[in-house]
Design a protein around this ligand. Structure first.
Ligand code: SAM
Length: 293
C-alpha cells in the first residue's frame, strides 16, 4: 500500500497520547519534529510531551479564548507555505478541544489540511465498553448545570422516540459523574452503560452496569482521574415514564381529531389502526374523553 508522504506545507492535526506518553506514533513524532511551529492548548503540557520525545519546536498557544483572534495570522503563515502542526493537551484535536474554527477557515481558503491519527478517549472507551460500536453518537461534554443537562438529554430522548438508536459517548468531569449518570437514568430510562476511567494510564478501569447502578456506585465516591461515559442505545420497546406520558398525549390528540369527524366506533377503529394500540385500550380512552368533553 502506498504511504502518504510526510507532512509538508500546510496544517497537520496531530493526535497525541491521552495519558501514556509512549502512545505518540512514529508519524506524529516526525510531523512534530518537522513542523515550523506547533499550535497547542497549554504550552506546559505540550512542552512535556515534546521533551519526553526529544523534540524542540517553537510553540504557539491556540485555545478557546484566542482561537478566533489567532486565525488570520495562522492563515497568513500557511499561505506563505509554512508547515504548522496542531495538537491539543490530549487525544485528537477538535474533539471537545480547540481547532475547529482554524480548520474550517483553512479549508475555506483551499489551504492544505491533513492529520496524523491516533489516540482518542471517545473511541477507546467505545471499543472497551462492550456496547454496540455502531452507530454511535459523540456528544462531548453535556452542560454542567443540572437543568440544562436534563434539557439536552430530553432533546436526545425526543430524537430516540423518533427513531434514533445509537450508542452515546460523553466526556464528564469526575465530580459531576454521579449526577450526570442519575440524570441520564431519569431521562433516557434504564439501560446499559460503561464508565471508562484513566484510559492508557496506570489505574485504567472500565466499569460496566446499568445507568442507575453506576449512578449509585459513583454517588458514594466520585472517581479519581479522567472519565468517559458510554451509554447503550434504547432497548426496543423500552419506555420511560415520560415516553408513556407523550404516547398518552399523542393518543388523546388522535382520538379528539377522529371523534370530531366520526362516530365513537369509527374513531376508535381508525385510531387503533393508525397507532397499533389494542382496540380495547383505545375504546376505553375514547369513552373517557367523550365523557369529559
Ligand atoms: N480530544 C480528546 C480526545 O480525543 O480524547 C479529549 C479532550 S476533552 C477536553 C478531555 C476529556 O476527555 C476528559 O475530561 C475526559 O472526559 C476524556 N478523557 C481524556 N483522557 C481520558 C482518559 N485517559 N481516560 C478517560 N477519559 C479521558
Amino acid at each position: 500500500m502506498a504511504e502518504a508522504p510526510g507532512p509538508g506545507a500546510g496544517l497537520t492535526l496531530i493526535a497525541t497520547p491521552i495519558g501514556n506518553l509512549a502512545d505518540l506514533s512514529p508519524r506524529a513524532h516526525a510531523a512534530l519534529a518537522q513542523a515550523g511551529a506547533v499550535l497547542c492548548e497549554d504550552k506546559r503540557v505540550t512542552m512535556k510531551l515534546l521533551a519526553r520525545h526529544g523534540i524542540s519546536r517553537p510553540l504557539l498557544a491556540l485555545h478557546d479564548h484566542n482561537e478566533e483572534r489567532m486565525v488570520p495570522a495562522i492563515l497568513a503563515r500557511l499561505r506563505a507555505g509554512e508547515a504548522l502542526a496542531l495538537v491539543s493537551d490530549a487525544g485528537t484535536p477538535l474533539l471537545s478541544d480547540p481547532g475547529y474554527r482554524l480548520v474550517r477557515a483553512a479549508i475555506g481558503e483551499g489551504l492544505p489540511v491533513t492529520a496524523v491519527p491516533g489516540p482518542s478517549a471517545a473511541l477507546m472507551a467505545l471499543t472497551l465498553s462492550g456496547l454496540p460500536p455502531q452507530p454511535f453518537l459523540f456528544l462531548g461534554f453535556l452542560p454542567p448545570k443540572g437543568a440544562a443537562r436534563r434539557a439536552r438529554l430530553e432533546t436526545l430522548r425526543a430524537a430516540e422516540r423518533a427513531g434514533l438508536a445509537a450508542t452515546l459517548i460523553l466526556y464528564e468531569a469526575p465530580h459531576r459523574l454521579a449526577a450526570c449518570l442519575a440524570d441520564c437514568a431519569a431521562v433516557l430510562g434504564e439501560r446499559g452503560a460503561a464508565v471508562a476511567r484513566e484510559l492508557t494510564k496506570r489505574f485504567e478501569e472500565v466499569r460496566r452496569g446499568s445507568l442507575s447502578d453506576l449512578a449509585a456506585r459513583y454517588a458514594q465516591a466520585a472517581p479519581r482521574g479522567e472519565v468517559t461515559l458510554v451509554i447503550g442505545p434504547p432497548e426496543p420497546g423500552a419506555a420511560t415514564a415520560e415516553d408513556r406520558q407523550a404516547a398518552a398525549a399523542d393518543l388523546d390528540t388522535a382520538l379528539r381529531a377522529a371523534l370530531a369527524q366520526s362516530s365513537l366506533k369509527d374513531a376508535v377503529a381508525a385510531v387503533a389502526r393508525a397507532t397499533g394500540l389494542p382496540r380495547r385500550a383505545v375504546y376505553a380512552r375514547a369513552l373517557e374523553l367523550a365523557r369529559t368533553c
